[in-house]
Design a protein around this ligand. Structure first.
Ligand SMILES: [Zn+2]
Length: 323
């Protein structure tokens, strides 16, 4: 892969989580900060443009729970009698299409928006959803991160503080159960995994688990070390989700095909464990990141998992950083 190649847009939408990874070279070839900065800006604009044109696909799951696919991360929606609950808000540029999809589900307003973590492709829409009347609920670290400038080193990119209307109005830092619009939700606090602000949301009666970006379905994931993520935290988060799920659970990943299940989540967990083991063993011999990537520690998994913007070399770098 040429070092400045731009990840291609896929029908699964494009994720900001992947932006900076394009600024990482494969097998140790890093872009200069200036090149990476220029590329990150170009990609942010590309994401905004892609989100503006994105089509939203609505999947009906069960028990009045839906998932909207196409604007950043996968968005879950519960439609109650009087109001809706949204899990993540996608990218603002897609607002008209998200509103259309929400209205097609029902005319009731969104009363609660839950963020799975602070990243742009999940929380960018906070401001408009809040202005339309919703409370914003999130892990306290999501609030903290949205209130301050966030520097993501692997993207060579700084995000300014979010506007006041986008800041979560209710926060928590331990697992909790709530009931919104007659829907019982279990907020699952993961240890720092993809970021330090990750939660999962279990729709208890419908047995549907939105994992946020702790799980990407069928693709190598991004890990945001700059805001607290780690490979070991990702593995622990998947283990926690697996303990909650059973064979009937519908699992909604942060990215990738939006309707998944426990066995696919287990395969993701097992892939993380195996790659972590391979990379740790090679790094333990004193090998550089380039040498480890050249030894192809992901080879057994690339055919299935390496087909999206996080390439095998990039994923190896992300794991290397954390072992
Ligand atoms: Zn993310």
């Amino acid at each position: 892969m040429p070092k400045t190649s731009v990840p291609k847009l896929s029908r699964r939408g494009f994720c900001l989580c992947c932006v900076g990874v394009a600024s990482l070279g494969v097998a140790g070839g890093w872009l200069s900060p200036r090149e990476a900065f220029a590329e990150a800006h170009q990609l942010v604009n590309m994401i905004r443009g892609a989100a503006a044109k994105a089509n939203i696909t609505t999947h009906k799951l069960r028990g009045n729970v839906f998932v909207l696919e196409g604007s950043g991360g996968n968005i879950a929606v519960f439609a109650g009698q009087q109001g809706k609950v949204m899990i993540d808000a996608g990218i603002t540029a897609t607002r008209p299409k998200i509103e259309k999809a929400l209205n097609a589900i029902g005319k009731q307003p969104v009363t609660h928006l839950v963020n799975t973590h602070w990243h742009f492709d999940h929380a960018d829409g906070n401001e408009w959803v809040h202005a339309a009347g919703a409370k914003i609920v999130a892990h306290e670290n999501t609030k903290k991160r949205l209130m301050e400038t966030q520097r993501v080193e692997d993207w060579d990119f700084s995000f300014p503080p979010s506007p006041a209307g986008a800041i979560p109005t209710e926060t928590f830092s331990e697992d909790r159960e709530v009931e919104y619009e007659g829907c019982k939700l279990h907020f699952v606090c993961y240890e720092a995994a993809h970021t330090d602000s990750d939660i999962g949301v279990h729709f208890v009666d419908q047995n549907i688990l939105h994992t946020g970006d702790t799980y990407w379905n069928g693709i190598y994931p991004f890990i945001d070390y700059s805001t607290g993520g780690s490979i070991d935290g990702k593995i622990a988060a998947c283990a926690k989700s697996l303990a909650i799920a059973d064979n009937k659970t519908i699992v909604i990943p942060g990215h990738g095909a939006p309707v998944s299940n426990k066995s696919e989540l287990k395969a993701f967990h097992d892939m993380l464990v195996a790659v972590r083991g391979n990379v740790a063993r090679l790094k333990g011999k004193g090998m550089s990141v380039g040498e480890v990537a050249a030894a192809r520690p992901t080879a057994d998994f690339d055919k299935h998992w390496g087909q999206f913007v996080i390439t095998p070399g990039l994923f190896t770098q992300l794991v290397y950083e954390g072992v």
